[in-house]
Each structure stands twice: as C-alpha cells, then as structure tokens.
Ligand binder design. Structure first.
Ligand code: BG6
Length: 467
C-alpha cells in the first residue's frame, strides 16, 4: 500500500501507570482508587490488607524495568509513547500542599530515558485513578474542592516537565464515568444520576482549568481530551432506531462537545430536565469551560448497535456498555466486535463535528497468546486486526481527516483494565506473568513486534489492503 501517512505521524504505543508500573507503595506513593479495585474497573471496592497482592501491585514492574522496555519500544522505532502519571506518586493523599519529590523524580527518569531514543511522551494526567484519600475524605469528584486539588497537581507536573513533555491529555475515557462511577469520578456504587453528572461537571471544569494551565505554562505544547469512541449504529433503519442511536451517541459525544466547543450543548438541557437531573453550574464554571482543547484523542476497539426493541436490549444488558451486537461482525475472544471500517467512520464523524486534529491513542486486540516449542509467538490474529484498522486510518487521512498519530494499546502485555487479567494480552512484547501473578516477568518479542517495526519504518507502506 502506498503511504498516506504524513511525514511526522506519531507512531507508537499506549500504556497506563496503574496497569504497568506496580510499585504501588514505593517512594511515598499513596493508595489510588485503582489500588482498591483488584478485580478491575467494574470490580468491588476492596479495602487493602498489607502484604496481599492484587495483580496490579506488581503489574509488569515497569517502575523498575522501564529502561529495558523503552529500549524495546525504540527497537520498533516508536516516535511516541503514551503513558499516564500516577497522581498518587505526586500527591499521595491528593490534598497535600507540596508534592512528593521522589514521585516527581521517577517521571524525570522515565522521560529522560525516552528522550535518549527520541521517543516523545504523550501524558495522561488521570488514567482511571485518583488518590483514594480524595474519594474517602471529600467524596471524590462529587466535591467542588477536588477541582482545586487537580489543578494544583496539573500545574505542578506542567511546571516540572514543561521542557520534556509537549503532548498532554486530561482524563482517560472521560465518558466512562457513566458506566464506572468509582473509577471515573470516585463515587460509590448506587450514586444517583444527579450525583454522577455533578461529579462529571466538576471534572469537566477541572479539565478546562488544566487546559488553561497548560497553555500558560507550556505555550508550545498541545493538550487534548480523551474519549472512549464507542460509536453506535442503528440496528435497523426504523426512524425510531435512528433517533435513539443519535441520542445514545450524544451520551458520549457530550463530553467532546463541552471540551472542544467550550460549553454545554443544547440537547443536554432537555436530557437533564426529562430525567430529573440537577446539576449546579455557576457563571464562573461556564467561564472556565470556555478554554478548549487543542486536539481530540480517543480509544477505539469496537462499534455497537442500538435498537428500540426491548427484547434485544434485554440480552445486550449483559455486556459492559449495553451495546447490541452487530450481526455483520465477528468478535474477539472477549466478545468485543471487530470493525475496522468503524474506525474510518468514527474519524470522519469526529472531524466533521469538531474540525480539530485527531489522535488515536488506543486501539488493539486483547487475545490469549501461545508460546511455541521454539519460543516464538505467532500472533497473526493481532497483526491482522491492527493492519486492517490502520488501513482504515489511511483511508480517513485520504478523506481529509487530520490525524496526528496512532498509539496502539498495550504495546507490551499489561494488566487489563476491565477484569485485571494478564491473560488478555495486547502486546508486541510478551510478559511472562499469569493471572495469579506467577511468572518471571521476562520480556519476549512476538511476531507482531517485527511487523509493527516494519509498519513504522515504512511509514505505513508495508500495510496490506485486505481487499
Ligand atoms: C480502555 C482503557 O478502556 O481500554 C484501558 O483506557 C484499557 O485502560 C483498554 O486497558 C482495554 O480494555 P481491557 O479491559 O481489555 O484492558
């Protein structure tokens, strides 16, 4: 395929602190909300007992092994690595006046290591975690004070890393709070819709304040939002299905609308009114929201369908996002429907709507891998998945969509977010660790490692049009 990718396209991979670092109490780190969810982002909130070992406590030990891992990413030719800063390494409880120097020093070492290979960091300020201290003492994002604590944290890391980090993201999959409120906004199970939207509102204000701070402190930098791009299709062409699909797509596009357009979209007023949702939005909040992001980033794994047929919806409620399956698509081993064309469609939808550059910051296939007798791992299923999605990215670029880069999810095997499993592997690099935490943590290149290296080296020329 002849390359349609621009010369400075940011090829790379994406990980998150709580899924790779481990070292959950090292160098003064405080407990995060993620540390209290050993079963994953939908799991029960479980008090920590000293010496017990949730899989994330060690994860893949990136905290200590990052030099080796960065060297492997460099071998693939990465231009960019997305990771997050664990807020609790910097402000262990969340409400301290001064930051924890040992935590700041860790990310200095990490960014310096990346710089040695010319790998640009893309840094998420909050990826599915916040200090548990804030959830416990203040009720998480339900409390307005959390905006100030987050702003202090954001300003601290912008000041510290302004010469090392030029690309930032505020909150990972900010729309996920609707499905996992403790993970997203630190609210307990059973919170009301008004409480959840109030917390979301505070988070949106905090996001805008971080954007403002970034513009002031890192003027040549760029800061984006991060959406879970769960694009939905109508299951049928019944007008009712179409209208319901538009409504459900607005459930997540709402976040992008606020962050990219600088205020609440009109349709939310009716939604709030008809659902009895009360949200306090002050004039000062509205002013703060006017500071908009520079680019849109999103994750894309699958699409889904919407129907007004109650019987089909009943079955769909079994899956995480209540998506109705598309009869025209195959699924991964975890039931996620594989839809490369959906990525081209989504890129076009977002670009038409916002006219801002787009960054695909997560995409990939979670699958079980087998090590052959000769030690090789032949993950052709992963290669096919990624190839077919990247071909559609190239198509979207040809459609005129401005795409800044692509960071595949989990370039090295890591702990999965939804169920805290190691066996759901996304990596080009295998990590020897199982769901019980057994294994040497040794790293091993898979077949996809060499495939991705060639894709990057050829700037997409080596991709194969599936025809
Ligand atoms: C996204 C998250 O939802 O999907 C990641 O931002 C997560 O943190 C990824 O790991 C894949 O989900 P899972 O559950 O397969 O790890």
């Amino acid at each position: 395929m002849s390359s349609k990718f621009p010369d400075h396209f940011l090829w790379g991979g994406a990980v998150a602190a709580n899924q790779v670092e481990g070292a959950y109490q090292t160098d003064g780190k405080g407990l995060s909300t993620s540390d209290l969810q050993p079963q994953g982002i939908f799991g029960a909130v479980t008090p920590r007992v000293d010496g017990d070992s949730g899989i994330k406590d060690v994860a893949i030990d990136f905290y200590h092994r990052y030099p080796q891992d960065i060297a492997l990413f460099a071998e693939m030719g990465f231009k960019c690595l997305r990771t997050s800063i664990a807020w609790t390494r910097i402000f262990p409880q969340g409400d301290e006046e001064t930051p924890n120097e040992a935590g700041l020093a860790f990310y200095d070492r990490l960014f310096d290591e990346m710089a040695r290979y010319g790998i640009q960091p893309l840094i998420t300020l909050s990826h599915y975690e916040m200090p548990y201290g804030l959830a416990k003492k203040y009720g998480g994002w339900g409390n307005r004070k959390t905006i100030g604590f987050f702003e202090r944290y954001a300003r601290t890391v912008f000041e510290r890393y302004k010469h090392k980090v030029k690309h930032w993201l505020t909150f990972n999959e900010i729309n996920m709070s609707l499905h996992a409120p403790f993970t997203g906004v630190g609210l307990p199970e059973g919170s009301s819709k008004s409480e959840i939207y109030q917390a979301i509102h505070h988070q949106l204000v905090a996001s805008a304040k971080a954007v403002k701070a970034c513009h002031e402190i890192v003027p040549e930098g760029k800061i984006g939002n991060m959406l879970l791009g769960g694009i939905l299709y109508p299951l049928s062409c019944r007008p009712e299905d179409l209208l319901e699909t538009q409504r459900q797509n607005r459930d997540w596009l709402f976040f992008g609308d606020v962050q990219a357009r600088g205020g609440y979209p009109a349709y939310m007023k009716r939604y709030f009114r008809e659902n009895g949702i009360q949200v306090e939005i002050t004039a000062e909040d509205q002013q703060a929201l006017r500071e908009t992001i520079d680019f849109i980033s999103f994750s894309y794994y699958m699409s889904g369908c919407v129907t007004t047929d109650e019987a089909q919806n009943e079955t769909a409620r079994a899956n995480i996002l209540n998506m109705v399956p598309n009869p025209h698509l195959a699924s991964s081993e975890w039931g996620w429907q594989i839809d490369p064309i959906g990525l081209r469609y989504l890129l076009n939808v977002l670009y038409d709507r916002y006219q801002k550059p787009l960054f695909i910051v997560e995409n990939g296939l979670g699958a079980k891998d087998r090590i052959e007798a000769d030690g090789s791992i032949n993950d052709d299923y992963r290669i096919n998945y990624l190839n077919d999605h990247l071909v559609q990215v190239a198509e979207a670029i040809d459609d005129g969509v401005e795409v800044m880069g692509y960071t595949s999810w989990g370039p090295i095997d890591l702990v999965s977010a939804s169920k805290a499993e190691m066996s759901k592997r996304y990596g080009f690099i295998y990590v020897d660790r199982d769901d019980e935490g057994n294994g040497s943590l040794e790293r091993r290149r898979k077949k996809s490692f060499y495939w991705y290296r060639d894709v990057i080296q050829s700037n997409g020329n080596s991709l194969k049009d599936p025809g």
